[in-house]
Design a protein. Structure first.
Length: 296
């Protein structure tokens, strides 16, 4: 049983696997600094059409918060928000601090937290967990969820290999996603491949995509590559991380695949057009990419 004096770091999870990993990593780093207990709040996944919790079975050690799981808890939450009681972002009757992310850039206020805290936001920067990178890689490792066929396929990704991620599906098919994220064109992928192959001319190219039929239109004419198909999302992220070099999409999914590769001399190429042009004008992405990653 948790000691009453132990700080609790409760993290509101939302989005897909990539988003959840960022939120979990920020919470895990804070819990480690304070010697606290990490908890995940899953209330947002109860909404119709929402993504689902994707980290069950990982070694993060988080407890699942139950304050909104019951009918009474959900009613209390709706009433709390409707009557505007409490602090923005806080669950009903939360006794600790609340940190609601102020913007897309790194929020240094997290460094001043000294006790129990509720984290609400995306926290998409390595700066939130930079000092405990090895611990994050170990405790959020996808290996417990990876299938046997994927582990076998991973043997092919050893040596001089390049993983390329192409994400188009929901970014193009869902209007809300299109307005925020946009999609990357052939110009980005061809420039990125030219840069990567200049550094690693013998690299074997493996392409991962939710829309494999679009890949020939994005690759340079005559390029030799293999499209990897048939694996679930967790396997894809794991497999991309096994490659020696990485070209990522404007997606937290492929951000994490590159970050999970611990080699300090890896080549990672990422798009400076992380969001659709209009959205990017008002979004500060300076803290999104780790040092050494190349933006094109």
């Amino acid at each position: 049983m948790r000691d009453a004096m132990t700080p609790v770091i409760r993290v509101e999870l939302l989005g897909g696997l990539g988003n959840q990993l960022f939120q979990a990593a920020a919470g895990l780093a804070l819990a480690m600094r304070l010697g606290g207990q990490l908890e995940f709040d899953l209330w947002r996944f109860r909404k119709s059409g929402a993504r689902s919790y994707a980290m069950e079975g990982l070694g993060h050690g988080a407890l699942i918060s139950g304050h909104r799981q019951s009918w009474a808890g959900r009613l209390a939450h709706r009433t709390w928000r409707r009557l505007r009681f409490g602090r923005p972002g806080a669950p009903p009757f939360w006794p600790g601090d609340v940190l609601t992310e102020a913007s897309f850039a790194y929020d240094p206020r997290i460094e001043a937290i000294s006790g129990s805290c509720y984290l609400s936001g995306y926290f998409q920067s390595e700066k939130y967990f930079q000092g405990v990178s090895q611990d994050v890689r170990e405790r959020l490792s996808l290996l417990p969820l990876v299938s046997a066929p994927a582990k076998d396929f991973a043997k092919r990704l050893t040596g001089d290999t390049l993983a390329v991620h192409v994400r188009i599906g929901d970014f193009r098919s869902e209007t809300a996603f299109t307005q925020v994220h946009g999609t990357l064109d052939a110009g980005y992928y061809r420039q990125a491949l030219a840069h990567a192959l200049a550094a690693a001319p013998a690299a074997r190219i493996f392409v991962f995509s939710d829309t494999p039929e679009a890949i020939p239109n994005l690759m340079p004419p005559g390029a030799s590559y293999e499209i990897v198909k048939g694996f679930p999302a967790v396997d894809d992220m794991y497999l991309m991380a096994q490659a020696r070099h990485h070209i990522i999409a404007n997606s937290t999914f492929s951000w994490w695949s590159a970050w999970f590769d611990p080699r300090p001399d890896k080549l990672v190429i990422c798009p400076k057009q992380w969001f659709a042009a209009d959205y990017l004008k008002n979004t500060d992405i300076r803290d999104l990419f780790p040092a050494g990653w190349i933006t094109l």
